[in-house]
Structures are given as structure tokens and as C-alpha cells.
Ligand binder design. Structure first.
Ligand code: GLN
Length: 489
């Protein structure tokens, strides 16, 4: 077995026992990236750090390589949000989540591809071209954190970070066959995360086991005075325990979702998982979420686009990023910078967000959406009076072919139905692996109450025990598949 194949906790234990060195891990991961990256294209920037640059070799993550989504600021290292508008901007500060990893000894191997400004669910909206799913390189890895998920799935690194505004951790995790946690809103500081929809954005980890997610969460969660939305109460305990149980816990399916079409492998995965839960002593029930099922998609996109349009106002070519020097006036400068700098999807959302919040329409759209959001949050709190967890798909279908869905934005938005309500209500959601359909992984989602992240991961441990952990996707054989993919094109 090669070192890149080991999970995070195995690597940390092996290092402690001096079975291998951080340099050996680093070499193994580096070779793995060299071997697969031409085919997978998970990275926008590769960094030249080495294990010798670890700030804390004795720390919990001493010498462990990692990768960050390229909307997380890294001091002195280009951060693009997969947009041309940031040029080769090098942030003067670190995102808190990265600072915490760094201080625990982690070493940065690269910045991962994503949909521009995290808008999308295929990784196809990147100014740097698409990332390929390591399980089948003709298919999308999901998005927007597609590069972060692909990197972990292909064995580049044992864990990575992404961000989730409406599904961007959970959906690529399920498409690539890894675990992904979207923490409760406020659980992880978002200082240094390039904003998309600030009332929805949350940073979270990807890994190949649930136990690894626990380890990463124990490092990155906590209060940060630099993010006023981060929680202030006592620290949450993410310690891994084996003696966890679901006996007597209620797990609900959503009544309204039962009538919606799902690809066969996903509904089969659901049946299998419900059986596992029952065998573990959980009580399967049903909750009703009528407002969520009817209005969540419209509500989310109205809010996300409104927030995006204000958040993206700051990219004007004045202080940082791409600019033009020969404009005849400020108006021409803004126009040229923004016309060239933003991609089509981002522009469409800025325009939509401008209309949704424009004074004569604001009540009817933006304000109405904030009210629907309150109803959605209330609906979830009612449901969580009747159940401890909600189980549902991550997406209605398995990953599609690259380029396939590019001209139908609305259809793409609708496929976020199962993930985005979780962000509207600020809840934690775990995307977990259930098995393979052919060579494609099939994931599902478990949702918990606010601040129940550690219990959610305990439940994940049990599910993983029964359903098995994912294998590293065979990016190494991608050379053969690449030929196939090129021929198909
Ligand atoms: N697909 C959703 C969107 O484009 C969610 C993206 C995300 O979570 N960043 O808004």
C-alpha cells in the first residue's frame, strides 16, 4: 500500500509511531498528483511548500498535506475564486480555517478548482476550465467545490476544505465518492472566505472517512472574533468514539420528496441505508416539509443572487485583481473590468440580483424571499421536534457528462433542491458514501439539528461501518480513459 492511499487518522497515527516520515507522505502525495493531474485538473495553483515548512511538525496535523478551495484566502499565495477578475491577487492574510490548519502543522499542496465565485454545481463555471471526476473522467466532479472533492477522491491529499452555500460541499462529495460535511452556520469561521451569499456560506471538510472529518472539525471549528457569525458558546467536542449508537433515535424521510423522481441507484441506496438504520435500532419516521419542497429553490436563488450582487460590487479593478490602464473614465474602466473579468453565470446572477433588490421590486422579491426563509426555518424546527435526523438524497441523479447541462441553468438550479434548504435553515448536513453503481459512487445526506454536528458525525461513523468506505478513485488509470474522453469529444 502506498502512503497516499492512507486515510488521515492512519497517517497521523503512523507518524506518531514513526512508521514513516512526513517527507515520505509528502513524496507519495506529490507523485500521485503528478500522475493524475493532467487528466483530473483539480488544481488551479500548485504550491511549492514542503514538509520542512510545516509550522508545527508535532501538531495534530504535523506534516499532513492538504488542499484548499481557491476561494479561501492564503497569505502570499494566489487566490482566484476561479475568476479572471482577481488576476493573480495574493491575499495579505490567511482565512482563519487555513490558519488553524497551518498552526496544527498541515502543509498546503495546492488551491483547488471550483465554479467561479462558488456559483454552480458542476465545476464547469471556472475560468480555468473544468475538473474531471476521478471515478470517470468524462463526467463532472460536481460543484462548486469540485476540485477539493476530486483531490481527496483521487488520493492527492487525505483531506481538503471547501465551502457550501447551497450544496457545494455535499454534492461534489457524493459525486466523487468521499465524505463531506456542511457544518452548522457559525460553526467554522468564514473570515477570509471570498463571499458569495454571506447568510448561507459555510466552510467545511472533505475526507475519505467520517473519522477524518471529525479530526479536521476538531481543528477548524470554534469562535473567531474576526467573524461575528461564528458561535460563542463552549467548544464543540469532535473526539472520535467507537461506542456510538442510533438505538431509539428517530430518522425521518421527507413526505413531499417521496413523489419526486430519483435515479434508480439513488433510490436503491436509500432503501439499503434505511435498512441499516433500522437494524441499528433507529426508528424510521416521516416528516412533512411542504414549504421547503415547493419554495426552497426559488427562495434560495433569490437570496443567493441578491447577496452575490452586493458582495461582488467590490470587484471594480481599483484596488486589486484585474484592471485596465487606458480607460478614458471610471465608468469605462468598471465596464471593461467587469465585462472581461466575470464569466457568464456570475454576470447573469449579478444582473438578476440587481433586479431582485431594485427599489420598486425589492418587497415583491428579496423581502418576500426573506419571509419564506423564516417559514422554512420554522418548518425545520417543527420537524426536528418530531425527529432527530432527516435523511434524503443529495441530488436526484448521478454525475452527468462534462458540458452536458451547460446551457440549461434553470435545470441545474432545480437539482439543488435537496441541499439548499439546509443552508436556508443554517443546519448541518453530512454527505455520506453508500456504495457504487458501476464505477460511480452514490451518496446520500443526513441532516441534523443546529449545533448537532458532532452527533451527526457519530451517526456517520455507524453508517460507514455498515455501508463501507469509498476506495480511492483510479485517477492513475485515467490515461486510458482520457483517450476515450477525447475521442468522445
Ligand atoms: N449550486 C448552488 C449555487 O450555485 C450552490 C453553490 C454553493 O453551494 N456554493 O448557488
Amino acid at each position: 500500500m502506498e502512503l497516499y492511499e492512507l486515510n488521515l487518522y492512519m497517517l497521523t497515527e503512523g507518524l506518531k509511531a514513526k512508521k514513516f516520515s512526513a517527507s515520505e507522505i509528502f513524496e507519495s502525495c506529490k507523485n500521485r498528483i503528478d500522475k493524475c493531474e493532467d487528466n483530473i485538473r483539480a488544481l488551479i495553483t500548485r504550491t511549492d511548500s514542503t514538509p520542512q515548512t510545516s509550522e508545527n511538525p508535532e501538531g495534530v496535523l504535523g506534516g499532513i498535506p492538504t488542499i484548499l478551495k481557491d476561494n479561501l484566502c492564503t497569505r502570499g499565495i494566489r487566490t482566484t475564486a476561479a475568476s479572471k477578475i482577481l488576476g493573480d491577487w495574493k491575499p495579505p492574510y490567511d482565512a482563519t480555517a487555513w490558519k488553524l490548519l497551518r498552526e496544527s502543522g498541515a502543509v498546503l499542496m495546492g488551491k483547488a478548482n471550483m465554479d467561479e465565485f462558488a456559483m454552480g454545481n458542476t465545476c464547469g463555471n471556472s475560468a480555468f476550465g473544468p475538473t474531471h471526476n476521478p471515478n470517470d473522467i468524462s463526467r463532472v466532479p460536481g460543484g462548486s467545490s469540485g476540485g477539493s472533492a476530486a483531490a481527496v477522491s483521487a488520493g492527492y491529499v487525505p483531506f481538503s476544505l471547501g465551502s457550501d452555500t447551497g450544496g457545494s460541499i455535499r454534492q461534489p462529495a457524493s459525486f466523487c465518492g468521499v465524505y463531506g460535511l456542511k457544518p452548522t452556520y457559525g460553526m467554522v469561521s468564514r473570515y477570509g472566505l471570498i463571499s458569495y451569499g454571506s447568510s448561507l456560506d459555510q466552510i467545511g471538510p472533505f475526507a475519505r472517512t467520517v473519522r477524518d472529518l471529525q479530526l479536521v472539525m476538531s481543528v477548524i471549528s470554534g469562535h473567531d472574533p474576526m467573524d461575528s457569525s461564528s458561535f460563542r458558546d463552549k467548544a464543540h467536542d469532535f473526539t472520535h468514539r467507537e461506542d456510538v449508537s442510533l438505538k431509539g433515535k428517530r430518522v425521518a424521510v421527507v413526505k413531499e420528496f417521496q413523489g419526486f423522481g430519483l435515479d434508480a441507484p439513488i433510490s436503491e441506496a436509500m432503501k439499503r441505508t434505511l435498512k441499516v438504520l433500522e437494524d441499528e435500532g433507529a426508528i424510521i419516521t416521516e416528516v412533512s416539509l411542504p414549504v421547503v419542497s415547493k419554495y426552497a429553490v426559488a427562495c434560495y436563488y433569490a437570496l443567493a443572487m441578491s447577496e452575490a450582487h452586493t458582495n461582488l460590487e467590490r470587484y471594480d479593478g481599483v484596488r486589486l485583481g484585474y484592471t485596465v490602464k487606458d480607460a478614458t473614465g471610471i465608468k469605462e474602466m468598471f465596464e471593461r473590468v467587469r465585462s472581461y473579468g466575470f464569466g457568464a453565470e456570475v454576470k447573469a446572477r449579478i444582473i438578476a440580483g440587481t433586479c431582485l433588490t431594485e427599489p420598486t421590486r425589492c418587497e415583491e422579491y428579496y423581502v418576500a424571499a426573506t419571509k419564506v426563509r423564516t417559514l422554512i426555518a420554522q418548518e425545520f424546527s417543527r420537524a426536528f421536534g418530531e425527529t432527530d435526523y432527516i435523511i434524503q438524497p443529495v441530488t436526484p441523479s448521478l454525475p452527468g457528462k462534462i458540458g452536458e447541462a451547460d446551457d440549461d441553468a434553470m435545470k441545474g438550479y432545480e437539482t439543488d433542491l435537496y441541499t439548499l434548504p439546509v443552508n436556508l435553515a443554517g443546519l448541518p448536513g453530512l454527505s455520506f458514501f453508500t456504495g457504487y453503481a458501476g464505477n460511480l459512487p452514490v451518496g446520500l445526506q443526513l441532516i441534523g439539528r443546529r449545533w448537532s454536528d458532532s452527533e451527526l458525525l457519530d451517526a456517520g461513523i455507524i453508517l460507514e461501518r455498515h455501508l463501507g468506505s469509498p476506495k480511492i478513485a483510479d485517477g492513475g488509470q485515467a490515461t486510458a480513459r482520457k483517450k476515450l474522453y477525447l475521442e468522445e469529444r
